[in-house]
Write a protein that binds this ligand. Structure first.
Ligand code: MSP
Length: 508
């Protein structure tokens, strides 16, 4: 079975921010989940290096354009490396072969009579790189996602793709494939977008305005509209149209933020249908991280949380954990360095790390550096064991992006129960009396075995610290084996390694 997961390719008009870190991290979690289930996986992320806003940013920087693109896309790549995004391919739309295929497909569409040239006047948001209808704008006449930028009035001769003839076919596709868009609120939103006739899609920009892009093969006064070019990355990453792409393409899942639902849910499937390719299997959509005032973070607005700063203060896994745990699927979610730090201290530190350290250090001290051999399990033991197994089982199935917060929360909730179990069983009292010595061994065994299971599941979310924990317990599973969570897989008498503080408290 194959799994091809993509992230949006990000504009390089500024440094990466937390929103970019988010989608690529969620895509990485999905890849790790599929891999644990035995899928053959491919994950792509990268940069969208064309278009007006990148061109303007490059100009402002005073750097030669290619140097600017290399500098910025390098920042994105370094961030994704820092955050442990296990991508198989990093996209650059300036790659010559990608550009060649974009030009080829345009020529094909042109030859098939799908592209027309006409005068168009409309309002343009550079933030979105899209024409807007007045009904898309706020009462003040601004783009809701980029209220500070304003919209430009443009009156231009351009090339267009007639997309209305495919609207019905796309609606039917959505009906027949209930999981095409997930979660369901965005499916409903997409259906609303398709309720009215669609205007022609402008696929060109005159070079007098934008020169950074793929030249139109049939008119060298124009470059390709940045979205038309960018969306094709999902195919060109697979060496399309060369043979061999089909099996991956059938398994394509695009992870996106809700801001780009229209481009991925309306334009992209129609562009594909017009050339006889099938739509992607899945669009997995998430809401936005917002800063103060509930305004979406964006580079254009300058109200961003810097992921590198967050990582430098609290570490990669603190950030990954916060993103995974807190994104609501039905709206926007708040983030700040302070919130990430608090969550890290109170959940990873106090609930998970603490329990590992208490149980493992106790075991080392009392049982000669080893995992004890348990006696018979009692009902308190079985109850906690079953709860843990249930919680981790969420990650032993194929998960959707929208499931990630709930499943991650389940793991931390079960940690609360494990902490209660540990406190109630009070192994430090049991050890004092030879009569309860065996009971003590059982409690410590159950605790360590349950912690092991939780970290096995958490490898999908916070791989670095989970692997470190499993190494301390001396039971690191083989990454390439299919994961089948089971109780009692921590062999009694395993020699424990050095137990270090996994999530040291961070105060400032
Ligand atoms: N270049 C286009 C995408 C082309 S894909 C063929 C683009 N780039 S972008 O830099 O603006 O990135 C948008 C994406 O970044 C969002 O869809 C989302 O995945 C992520 N985020 C950007 N800001 C975000 C938040 N504030 N919150 C969460 N994610 C957001 O659009």
């Amino acid at each position: 079975m194959k799994s091809y997961i993509t992230t949006p390719i990000y504009y390089v008009n500024g440094a990466p921010h937390i929103g970019h870190a988010h989608t690529s991290t969620m895509a990485d979690i999905l890849k790790r989940n599929r891999k644990a289930l035995g899928y053959d996986t491919k994950l792509t992320t990268g940069c969208d290096e064309h278009g007006q806003k990148n061109q303007e940013a490059a100009l402002e920087s005073g750097m030669p354009i290619t140097e600017y693109l290399t500098m910025r896309s390098g920042e994105f790549q370094r961030l994704f490396d820092m955050i442990n995004v296990d991508y198989d391919y990093f996209v650059h739309t300036s790659r010559p072969e990608h550009m060649r295929q974009v030009a080829n497909v345009e020529q094909r569409m042109f030859d098939a009579g799908l592209i027309i040239k006409k005068q168009y006047s409309g309002l343009y948001c550079t933030g979105c790189e899209q024409f807007k209808k007045t009904t898309d704008l706020t009462d003040e006449g601004n783009c809701p996602d980029h209220p500070n930028l304003g919209v430009e009035e443009l009156d231009e001769l351009n090339y267009f793709l007639n997309i209305e003839p495919y609207r019905q076919q796309l609606l039917e596709h959505i009906e027949e494939n209930p999981k095409f868009v997930d979660p369901p609120i965005y499916r409903a939103e997409l259906k609303r977008m398709l309720a009215e006739p669609l205007e022609d899609l402008c696929i060109s920009r005159p070079k007098t305005r934008v020169s950074l892009g793929v030249e139109l093969p049939f008119d060298n006064n124009y470059v390709t509209y940045v979205w038309f070019d960018a969306l094709f990355n999902y195919l060109t990453n697979l060496d399309w149209p060369k043979e061999g792409y089909e099996q991956w393409w059938q398994a394509a899942e695009h992870t996106i933020g809700k801001d780009i639902l229209k481009t991925h849910g309306v334009y992209w499937p129609i562009m594909l249908m017009s050339i006889g390719e099938s739509p992607p299997a899945r669009l997995s959509v998430h809401g936005h991280w917002v800063g103060p005032g509930g305004i979406k973070m964006s580079k254009s607005l300058g109200n961003v949380v810097d992921p590198i700063e967050v990582i430098e203060v609290v570490g990669t896994d603190a950030l990954r954990y916060f993103l995974a745990r807190n994104m609501r699927s039905d709206g926007d979610s708040n983030i700040s360095l302070e919130l990430v730090r608090q969550t890290y201290n109170s959940e990873l530190g106090n609930k998970l790390g603490n329990l590992l350290s208490r149980a493992a250090k106790f075991s080392k001290k009392q049982f000669d550096d080893r995992v004890p051999t348990p006696g018979l399990f009692g009902s308190a033991d079985e109850i906690i064991r079953i709860s843990v197994l249930e919680a981790v089982n969420g990650f032993a199935r194929r998960i959707e992006m929208a499931d990630i917060p709930r499943l991650t929360q389940q793991l931390i909730t079960v940690c609360d129960r494990m902490n209660n179990y540990f406190a109630e069983q009070a192994p430090w009292d049991l050890i004092k009396d030879p009569i309860t010595d065996e009971r003590c061994r059982t409690v410590i065994y159950v605790s360590l075995d349950c912690i092991r299971l939780v970290f096995e599941a958490l490898r999908q979310v916070i791989p670095m610290s989970s692997n470190a924990a499993l190494l301390m317990l001396n039971c690191l599973p083989n990454e390439n084996e299919i994961w089948q969570p089971a109780l009692d897989s921590l062999p009694p008498e395993t020699k424990l390694n050095e137990i270090e503080t996994l999530y040291p408290r961070i105060t400032e």
